[in-house]
Ligand binder design. Structure first.
Ligand SMILES: [Zn+2]
Length: 498
């Protein structure tokens, strides 16, 4: 039997069951999407994603085989469904992967993490005297080095939030301008942040950057103390990595049902970091979208079109969602106008119950007008389930809502369960695998979302104020690469420190 004829049979059966449901509950004005959400369904996709990572070098990261297999998996799950339009979108993005990395201070080996887009040293590395960089924001400017002889040396400097809103690039730029041969950045928080990135600086101004690595706060403080008490200390830093453009994909599926002029979008990123399988971050959002789409595709009686996006290269700086939204803007204003709202699901399987902020609890990080409606729908759905303790998530710019909030200024919302060590000690680490899931939290978030989507499918066009692209400015204040640098210290919009 061909796939097509299987589909026809399934459609016929579903049509029958939709009629049966209508007879059973004639008063319900919302689709019973919640009935289809099961822990088993949610976990089964996560098992598949975990297996994909295991079969592909331990990750599902952009530019690597595990990502391609993840794209194939999502497409294979949604393509056979009835009432589904499925497509992928290619885009090129800057890829970075470290090959070798080591640091020796005196005779002692020090653990060191790589920063994406750092230039490489030679194969033998840089051996030079170690010198302490300036402290505070002096570390962000070449002037801060006036009294420091950094020329040809390896600079040890603490990570800072610099005026350019970066925490790595700003200090590397200053040290390199002062003549440093390479830079060792000391973390400014006591926990592992899984590396970082030199962002746009490392890509677009690579001739101004120098090889850089990141060490822990404890190691950095010990070396700094040693430097202060000894006259000279020599370090050897060796680091090579690939930095190049690679083509990757976003995956989309939307309901064939629903008004194409009123589109509700849901998004989750499909890529992991290179360090691990990315099961909470963000297999959890991926599976939530899959299960809700599977349920929605059974129905043909709702008003608004629902579009699902599985974004590529989020971990490299929200690149997939950025490409999509910018493309909408340049190619067709109407296409962007038709999007009513965007909902983001990035890390939803362990921690607290967080709802993105439409209320303006912290005005600077509030969603655009209309976001308050989405916030309330989620809040009410939690309350109905007896969950009154929810956290307000700031739209701090570190997930794919960035372009929708910043560039398109669309009403936005969604869920997030936190990424500080308290909520997810495996954040961006190898242990973010199939065991890094709280099934109850994941299932609850999926049930809540099913309820909200049923409401938006039925009456989103009445609930959400329509926004026009004409009102949009050209400044993409969230989606620029420095935003990703904030991920290490601002966890999923839940600001720990800046
Ligand atoms: Zn994520």
């Amino acid at each position: 039997m061909s796939i097509l004829s299987v589909k026809a049979v399934v459609q016929a059966c579903l049509l029958f069951s939709a009629v049966a449901t209508a007879v059973e509950s004639p008063n319900s004005k919302y689709l019973p999407l919640e009935n289809d959400i099961t822990t088993e369904g949610l976990i089964s996709n996560l098992r598949s994603l975990d297996a994909i990572a295991n079969a592909n070098g331990g990750n599902r990261a952009f530019g690597l085989p595990g990502y391609k297999a993840s794209v194939d998996y999502v497409v294979s799950q949604v393509s056979p469904l009835p009432n589904a339009k499925v497509w992928t979108q290619d885009f090129a993005a800057a890829f970075s992967q470290f090959k070798s990395l080591s640091l020796k201070v005196g005779e002692k080996r020090i653990n060191i993490s790589s920063l994406q887009f750092s230039p490489s040293t030679s194969d033998t590395g840089v051996s030079a005297p170690l010198v302490l960089g300036p402290t505070g924001t002096d570390a962000c400017s070449a002037q801060g080095y006036e009294d420091i002889d950094a020329k040809g040396k390896i600079v040890l400097v603490t990570r800072q939030m610099c005026p350019d809103q970066t925490t790595f690039a700003g200090v590397v730029r200053a040290a390199a301008a002062a003549g440093a041969a390479s830079v060792i950045i000391v973390n400014n928080v006591p926990y592992d942040i899984g590396g970082g990135t030199l962002g746009a600086f490392g890509q677009k101004e690579k001739d101004k950057a120098v090889p850089t690595g990141l060490i822990s706060q404890a190691d950095g403080q010990a070396i700094a103390a040693q430097l202060r008490s000894e006259k000279t200390l020599t370090a050897t830093f060796q680091h090579t990595q690939i930095n190049e453009q690679r083509v990757t994909q976003n995956v989309f599926a939307e309901t064939t049902t629903g008004d194409q002029n009123s589109v509700i979008m849901l998004g989750a990123h499909l890529d992991s970091v290179q360090a691990g399988a990315g099961i909470n971050d963000d297999g959890s959002g991926v599976t939530l979208l899959l299960e809700i789409f599977k349920s929605l595709s059974k129905h043909t009686t709702f008003k608004n079109k629902i579009r699902f996006a599985w974004w590529g290269a989020e971990e490299s700086g929200l690149l997939g969602s950025n490409f999509y939204t910018r493309n909408l803007k340049s190619q067709s204003g109407a296409e962007a106008d038709n999007i009513l709202a965007y909902l983001n699901f990035d890390m939803i399987a362990r921690g607290y119950f967080g709802i993105f902020d439409g209320s303006g609890a912290v005005p600077a990080y509030k969603g655009p007008p209309g976001s308050e409606v989405l916030h309330k729908l989620f809040k009410d759905a939690f309350t109905e389930r007896g969950i009154n303790k929810t956290v307000i998530e700031k739209f701090a710019g570190n997930s794919d809502y960035g372009s929708f909030v910043g560039t398109l200024k669309k009403p936005s919302g969604g869920l997030h369960t936190g990424s500080s060590p308290k909520e997810d000690s495996c954040y961006h680490r190898k242990c973010d695998d199939i065991n890094n899931v709280d099934k109850e939290v994941l299932t609850t978030n999926a049930l809540i979302t099913a309820k909200v989507i049923a409401q938006l499918a039925a009456e989103g066009e009445k609930l959400i104020p329509r926004t026009k692209l004409a009102a949009v400015d050209n400044v993409n204040r969230y989606a620029d690469v420095p935003a990703i640098e904030l991920r290490g210290q601002q966890c999923g919009g839940h600001v720990l420190e800046v």
